[in-house]
Design a protein around this ligand. Structure first.
Ligand SMILES: C[S@@+](CC[C@H](N)C(=O)[O-])C[C@H]1O[C@@H](n2cnc3c(N)ncnc32)[C@H](O)[C@@H]1O
Length: 327
Protein backbone atom coordinates (compact mmCIF):
# COMPACT_ATOMS: atom_id res chain seq x y z
CA UNK A 1 0.00 0.00 0.00
CA UNK A 2 1.29 3.51 -0.79
CA UNK A 3 1.77 4.80 2.74
CA UNK A 4 1.08 8.48 2.05
CA UNK A 5 -2.04 8.00 -0.08
CA UNK A 6 -3.35 5.09 2.00
CA UNK A 7 -4.03 3.01 -1.13
CA UNK A 8 -2.11 1.30 -3.96
CA UNK A 9 -4.28 2.96 -6.55
CA UNK A 10 -4.67 6.63 -5.61
CA UNK A 11 -7.42 8.37 -7.57
CA UNK A 12 -6.17 11.81 -6.57
CA UNK A 13 -2.92 13.77 -6.31
CA UNK A 14 -2.14 15.97 -3.30
CA UNK A 15 -0.84 19.40 -4.35
CA UNK A 16 0.05 22.80 -2.91
CA UNK A 17 0.34 25.90 -5.10
CA UNK A 18 1.67 29.33 -4.14
CA UNK A 19 1.90 32.41 -6.35
CA UNK A 20 0.47 35.75 -7.35
CA UNK A 21 -2.50 37.19 -9.15
CA UNK A 22 -2.07 40.55 -10.90
CA UNK A 23 -5.05 42.44 -9.52
CA UNK A 24 -4.77 45.15 -12.22
CA UNK A 25 -4.15 43.23 -15.43
CA UNK A 26 -5.33 39.84 -14.29
CA UNK A 27 -3.30 36.72 -14.84
CA UNK A 28 -1.74 34.32 -12.37
CA UNK A 29 1.92 33.34 -11.84
CA UNK A 30 2.85 30.21 -9.92
CA UNK A 31 5.89 30.76 -7.69
CA UNK A 32 6.04 27.29 -6.12
CA UNK A 33 4.19 24.06 -6.62
CA UNK A 34 4.55 20.93 -4.45
CA UNK A 35 2.98 17.49 -4.55
CA UNK A 36 2.55 14.40 -2.35
CA UNK A 37 3.77 14.34 1.26
CA UNK A 38 5.65 17.66 0.91
CA UNK A 39 2.48 19.46 -0.17
CA UNK A 40 0.59 18.01 2.79
CA UNK A 41 3.42 18.76 5.27
CA UNK A 42 3.93 22.37 4.22
CA UNK A 43 0.24 23.26 4.37
CA UNK A 44 -0.39 21.50 7.68
CA UNK A 45 2.78 22.90 9.24
CA UNK A 46 1.51 26.43 8.56
CA UNK A 47 -1.86 25.63 10.07
CA UNK A 48 -0.67 23.77 13.17
CA UNK A 49 2.27 26.07 13.96
CA UNK A 50 -0.15 29.03 13.78
CA UNK A 51 -2.36 27.30 16.39
CA UNK A 52 0.70 26.67 18.57
CA UNK A 53 1.76 30.34 18.53
CA UNK A 54 -1.81 31.53 19.13
CA UNK A 55 -2.15 29.29 22.19
CA UNK A 56 1.05 30.85 23.56
CA UNK A 57 -0.37 34.33 22.87
CA UNK A 58 -3.68 33.43 24.51
CA UNK A 59 -1.80 32.39 27.65
CA UNK A 60 -0.48 35.93 28.11
CA UNK A 61 -3.44 37.85 26.64
CA UNK A 62 -4.78 40.61 28.86
CA UNK A 63 -8.45 39.71 29.10
CA UNK A 64 -11.29 37.44 28.11
CA UNK A 65 -12.29 39.53 25.08
CA UNK A 66 -8.78 39.35 23.62
CA UNK A 67 -8.61 35.60 24.24
CA UNK A 68 -11.99 34.99 22.67
CA UNK A 69 -11.10 37.11 19.60
CA UNK A 70 -7.81 35.25 19.12
CA UNK A 71 -9.49 31.89 19.57
CA UNK A 72 -12.26 32.46 17.03
CA UNK A 73 -10.19 34.31 14.46
CA UNK A 74 -7.09 32.09 14.53
CA UNK A 75 -7.52 28.57 15.94
CA UNK A 76 -8.39 26.50 12.91
CA UNK A 77 -10.57 23.88 14.61
CA UNK A 78 -13.24 25.56 16.65
CA UNK A 79 -13.74 22.56 18.95
CA UNK A 80 -10.07 22.46 19.91
CA UNK A 81 -10.68 23.75 23.45
CA UNK A 82 -13.18 20.97 24.21
CA UNK A 83 -10.91 18.40 22.66
CA UNK A 84 -7.94 19.61 24.73
CA UNK A 85 -10.05 19.57 27.87
CA UNK A 86 -10.98 15.94 27.12
CA UNK A 87 -7.26 15.06 26.87
CA UNK A 88 -6.67 16.59 30.32
CA UNK A 89 -9.69 14.73 31.73
CA UNK A 90 -8.17 11.56 30.27
CA UNK A 91 -4.90 12.13 32.15
CA UNK A 92 -6.77 12.96 35.37
CA UNK A 93 -8.95 9.83 35.01
CA UNK A 94 -6.01 7.40 34.81
CA UNK A 95 -4.09 8.89 37.73
CA UNK A 96 -4.55 5.61 39.61
CA UNK A 97 -2.83 3.65 36.82
CA UNK A 98 0.41 5.60 37.14
CA UNK A 99 2.82 3.88 39.53
CA UNK A 100 4.42 5.87 42.38
CA UNK A 101 7.29 8.05 41.11
CA UNK A 102 6.41 7.07 37.55
CA UNK A 103 5.56 9.49 34.77
CA UNK A 104 2.21 9.50 33.03
CA UNK A 105 2.22 8.84 29.31
CA UNK A 106 0.04 10.25 26.56
CA UNK A 107 0.05 8.86 23.04
CA UNK A 108 -1.38 10.63 20.00
CA UNK A 109 -1.93 8.82 16.73
CA UNK A 110 -1.22 11.48 14.07
CA UNK A 111 0.24 14.04 16.48
CA UNK A 112 1.43 16.40 13.69
CA UNK A 113 3.73 18.82 15.62
CA UNK A 114 2.23 17.97 19.04
CA UNK A 115 0.50 21.34 19.24
CA UNK A 116 -1.98 19.82 21.69
CA UNK A 117 0.69 20.36 24.38
CA UNK A 118 0.27 24.16 24.11
CA UNK A 119 -3.50 23.71 23.73
CA UNK A 120 -3.65 21.68 26.95
CA UNK A 121 -1.35 24.09 28.82
CA UNK A 122 -3.64 26.94 27.79
CA UNK A 123 -6.86 25.21 28.72
CA UNK A 124 -5.78 24.14 32.19
CA UNK A 125 -4.44 27.61 32.96
CA UNK A 126 -7.50 29.37 31.54
CA UNK A 127 -10.31 27.35 33.12
CA UNK A 128 -8.63 27.41 36.54
CA UNK A 129 -7.76 31.10 36.51
CA UNK A 130 -10.54 32.25 38.87
CA UNK A 131 -11.34 29.05 40.71
CA UNK A 132 -9.54 25.67 40.84
CA UNK A 133 -11.79 23.16 39.05
CA UNK A 134 -9.17 20.39 38.95
CA UNK A 135 -5.63 19.68 40.11
CA UNK A 136 -3.11 21.10 37.65
CA UNK A 137 -1.15 18.42 35.83
CA UNK A 138 2.55 19.07 35.30
CA UNK A 139 2.64 18.41 31.55
CA UNK A 140 6.44 18.74 31.57
CA UNK A 141 6.62 15.52 33.59
CA UNK A 142 4.40 13.58 31.21
CA UNK A 143 5.90 11.50 28.39
CA UNK A 144 4.42 12.43 25.03
CA UNK A 145 4.48 9.62 22.46
CA UNK A 146 3.48 10.36 18.90
CA UNK A 147 3.13 8.30 15.75
CA UNK A 148 2.88 10.11 12.44
CA UNK A 149 3.41 9.11 8.84
CA UNK A 150 5.34 12.35 8.32
CA UNK A 151 9.01 12.12 9.32
CA UNK A 152 9.09 15.94 9.03
CA UNK A 153 6.37 16.35 11.71
CA UNK A 154 7.97 13.69 13.91
CA UNK A 155 11.23 15.65 14.02
CA UNK A 156 9.55 19.04 14.40
CA UNK A 157 7.38 17.82 17.29
CA UNK A 158 10.59 17.22 19.24
CA UNK A 159 12.42 20.39 18.12
CA UNK A 160 9.43 22.59 19.03
CA UNK A 161 9.13 21.15 22.57
CA UNK A 162 12.58 21.23 24.18
CA UNK A 163 11.08 21.46 27.68
CA UNK A 164 8.85 18.40 27.29
CA UNK A 165 9.58 14.69 26.97
CA UNK A 166 8.53 14.01 23.39
CA UNK A 167 9.20 10.70 21.60
CA UNK A 168 7.91 10.25 18.06
CA UNK A 169 8.16 7.61 15.38
CA UNK A 170 6.83 6.58 12.02
CA UNK A 171 6.93 2.96 13.23
CA UNK A 172 4.57 1.69 15.93
CA UNK A 173 6.94 -1.13 16.94
CA UNK A 174 9.51 1.49 18.05
CA UNK A 175 7.09 2.89 20.66
CA UNK A 176 6.13 1.21 23.97
CA UNK A 177 3.32 -1.35 24.02
CA UNK A 178 1.43 0.42 26.80
CA UNK A 179 0.39 4.03 27.38
CA UNK A 180 -1.84 5.65 29.99
CA UNK A 181 -3.91 7.73 27.58
CA UNK A 182 -4.44 7.26 23.87
CA UNK A 183 -5.84 10.09 21.77
CA UNK A 184 -6.59 10.44 18.07
CA UNK A 185 -8.63 12.71 15.88
CA UNK A 186 -10.99 10.54 13.86
CA UNK A 187 -9.48 11.79 10.62
CA UNK A 188 -6.01 10.42 11.51
CA UNK A 189 -7.57 7.00 12.15
CA UNK A 190 -9.58 7.15 8.92
CA UNK A 191 -6.33 7.80 7.03
CA UNK A 192 -4.40 4.94 8.63
CA UNK A 193 -6.68 2.16 9.82
CA UNK A 194 -7.86 -0.50 7.38
CA UNK A 195 -9.54 -3.13 9.61
CA UNK A 196 -11.52 -3.40 12.83
CA UNK A 197 -8.85 -5.68 14.32
CA UNK A 198 -6.20 -3.03 13.60
CA UNK A 199 -8.33 -0.34 15.29
CA UNK A 200 -8.88 -2.47 18.41
CA UNK A 201 -5.18 -3.39 18.60
CA UNK A 202 -4.26 0.32 18.56
CA UNK A 203 -6.75 1.51 21.19
CA UNK A 204 -6.00 -1.54 23.36
CA UNK A 205 -2.52 -0.23 24.07
CA UNK A 206 -3.75 2.38 26.55
CA UNK A 207 -5.44 2.35 29.95
CA UNK A 208 -7.93 4.78 28.45
CA UNK A 209 -8.51 5.82 24.84
CA UNK A 210 -10.25 9.07 23.97
CA UNK A 211 -11.15 9.64 20.33
CA UNK A 212 -13.82 10.25 17.74
CA UNK A 213 -14.57 8.06 14.76
CA UNK A 214 -17.05 7.59 11.93
CA UNK A 215 -18.35 4.10 11.10
CA UNK A 216 -20.20 3.08 7.99
CA UNK A 217 -23.38 1.00 7.88
CA UNK A 218 -22.81 0.31 4.17
CA UNK A 219 -19.86 -2.06 4.50
CA UNK A 220 -16.28 -0.65 4.59
CA UNK A 221 -16.10 2.47 2.40
CA UNK A 222 -13.06 4.12 0.83
CA UNK A 223 -13.14 7.71 -0.38
CA UNK A 224 -11.17 10.98 -0.42
CA UNK A 225 -12.02 14.23 1.33
CA UNK A 226 -9.90 16.90 -0.35
CA UNK A 227 -6.37 16.30 0.99
CA UNK A 228 -5.70 13.70 -1.71
CA UNK A 229 -5.26 10.90 0.83
CA UNK A 230 -7.67 7.96 0.88
CA UNK A 231 -9.71 7.41 4.00
CA UNK A 232 -11.54 4.26 5.01
CA UNK A 233 -14.73 4.18 7.06
CA UNK A 234 -14.83 0.79 8.79
CA UNK A 235 -18.06 -1.14 8.75
CA UNK A 236 -19.73 -0.86 12.17
CA UNK A 237 -20.82 -4.51 12.29
CA UNK A 238 -17.28 -5.70 11.53
CA UNK A 239 -16.09 -3.50 14.39
CA UNK A 240 -18.80 -4.79 16.76
CA UNK A 241 -17.77 -8.42 16.16
CA UNK A 242 -14.13 -7.63 17.05
CA UNK A 243 -15.11 -5.40 19.96
CA UNK A 244 -17.25 -8.12 21.55
CA UNK A 245 -14.24 -10.48 21.66
CA UNK A 246 -12.56 -8.02 24.04
CA UNK A 247 -13.04 -7.48 27.76
CA UNK A 248 -12.97 -3.69 27.46
CA UNK A 249 -15.87 -1.31 27.01
CA UNK A 250 -16.59 1.68 24.77
CA UNK A 251 -18.88 4.51 25.87
CA UNK A 252 -20.30 7.11 23.51
CA UNK A 253 -21.17 10.69 24.40
CA UNK A 254 -24.77 10.86 23.22
CA UNK A 255 -24.82 14.67 23.13
CA UNK A 256 -22.01 14.77 20.54
CA UNK A 257 -22.67 11.63 18.47
CA UNK A 258 -25.16 11.23 15.64
CA UNK A 259 -26.29 9.14 12.69
CA UNK A 260 -26.37 10.63 9.20
CA UNK A 261 -29.21 9.10 7.25
CA UNK A 262 -27.86 10.30 3.89
CA UNK A 263 -24.35 8.90 4.20
CA UNK A 264 -25.45 5.94 6.39
CA UNK A 265 -22.57 6.74 8.72
CA UNK A 266 -22.46 7.27 12.45
CA UNK A 267 -20.14 9.83 14.06
CA UNK A 268 -19.18 9.03 17.64
CA UNK A 269 -17.14 10.74 20.35
CA UNK A 270 -16.06 7.99 22.68
CA UNK A 271 -13.87 6.56 25.41
CA UNK A 272 -12.61 2.97 25.45
CA UNK A 273 -10.92 1.04 28.25
CA UNK A 274 -11.69 -0.73 31.51
CA UNK A 275 -14.97 0.13 33.19
CA UNK A 276 -12.96 1.74 36.00
CA UNK A 277 -11.12 4.32 33.89
CA UNK A 278 -14.04 4.95 31.53
CA UNK A 279 -16.20 5.54 34.62
CA UNK A 280 -13.73 8.02 36.09
CA UNK A 281 -13.47 9.88 32.79
CA UNK A 282 -17.25 10.08 32.39
CA UNK A 283 -17.80 11.33 35.94
CA UNK A 284 -15.17 14.06 35.58
CA UNK A 285 -16.38 14.98 32.11
CA UNK A 286 -19.96 15.43 33.31
CA UNK A 287 -18.90 17.39 36.42
CA UNK A 288 -16.67 19.79 34.52
CA UNK A 289 -18.78 20.37 31.42
CA UNK A 290 -21.90 20.87 33.52
CA UNK A 291 -20.10 23.54 35.55
CA UNK A 292 -18.53 25.15 32.49
CA UNK A 293 -21.82 25.36 30.62
CA UNK A 294 -22.99 27.96 33.15
CA UNK A 295 -19.74 29.97 33.12
CA UNK A 296 -19.91 32.37 30.14
CA UNK A 297 -16.15 33.04 30.02
CA UNK A 298 -15.39 29.33 29.73
CA UNK A 299 -18.34 28.27 27.58
CA UNK A 300 -17.60 31.34 25.42
CA UNK A 301 -14.57 29.56 23.92
CA UNK A 302 -16.36 26.21 23.60
CA UNK A 303 -18.79 26.63 20.71
CA UNK A 304 -20.32 23.17 21.08
CA UNK A 305 -20.97 23.39 24.80
CA UNK A 306 -24.66 24.12 24.28
CA UNK A 307 -24.97 20.45 23.28
CA UNK A 308 -24.19 19.67 26.94
CA UNK A 309 -27.37 21.16 28.43
CA UNK A 310 -26.53 21.40 32.08
CA UNK A 311 -27.30 18.15 33.89
CA UNK A 312 -28.08 16.22 30.73
CA UNK A 313 -24.69 14.89 29.59
CA UNK A 314 -25.18 11.27 28.73
CA UNK A 315 -22.62 8.54 28.04
CA UNK A 316 -23.87 5.09 27.03
CA UNK A 317 -22.23 1.85 25.79
CA UNK A 318 -21.63 1.92 22.03
CA UNK A 319 -23.95 -1.02 21.19
CA UNK A 320 -26.77 0.59 23.19
CA UNK A 321 -26.24 3.87 21.32
CA UNK A 322 -26.38 2.13 17.95
CA UNK A 323 -29.61 0.30 18.89
CA UNK A 324 -31.12 3.63 19.94
CA UNK A 325 -30.32 5.52 16.75
CA UNK A 326 -31.06 2.64 14.36
CA UNK A 327 -33.55 3.73 11.79
C1 LIG B 1 -5.75 16.21 10.56
S1 LIG B 1 -4.13 15.90 11.10
C2 LIG B 1 -4.24 15.54 12.81
C3 LIG B 1 -4.71 16.35 13.72
C4 LIG B 1 -3.95 16.98 14.85
N1 LIG B 1 -2.97 16.18 15.51
C5 LIG B 1 -4.99 17.56 15.73
O1 LIG B 1 -5.01 17.37 16.92
O2 LIG B 1 -5.83 18.28 15.19
C6 LIG B 1 -3.83 14.24 10.60
C7 LIG B 1 -2.47 13.74 11.04
O3 LIG B 1 -2.39 12.34 10.75
C8 LIG B 1 -1.15 12.07 10.09
N2 LIG B 1 -1.34 10.88 9.25
C9 LIG B 1 -1.93 10.82 8.04
N3 LIG B 1 -1.93 9.55 7.56
C10 LIG B 1 -1.33 8.80 8.52
C11 LIG B 1 -1.01 7.41 8.62
N4 LIG B 1 -1.32 6.56 7.65
N5 LIG B 1 -0.36 6.99 9.73
C12 LIG B 1 -0.03 7.86 10.72
N6 LIG B 1 -0.31 9.19 10.68
C13 LIG B 1 -0.95 9.65 9.60
C14 LIG B 1 -0.85 13.33 9.30
O4 LIG B 1 0.51 13.43 8.94
C15 LIG B 1 -1.32 14.41 10.28
O5 LIG B 1 -0.31 14.78 11.16
Amino acid sequence: MDAFYGTDKPKTLTYLEFGEIDVGKGGKKVWDFRINQKAYDWLMLGRYSNDLIIYKKMMTAANYKKIRDLYFSEIHHKNDSESNLNKIIGLLAVEGAIGKNKRSSFFEFGQTIFGCIEGMEFIQKYVNRKKTFFKKIDLKKNIWYGLDISGFFNELAIILHPEYNVVTSIDFSKLPNKFNVFFAKGISLLYAVRSARQLISIIDRADLSVFDYSFSFNGGEETTIGSGKTIKYLDFNEFLREYKKNGKIMFVCENKSFYNNETKRVYIECVYGSIKYCGKFIQLHKDLFEKFSTDPEISGIMPDIDKFNSGKINWIPVDEFINKIKM
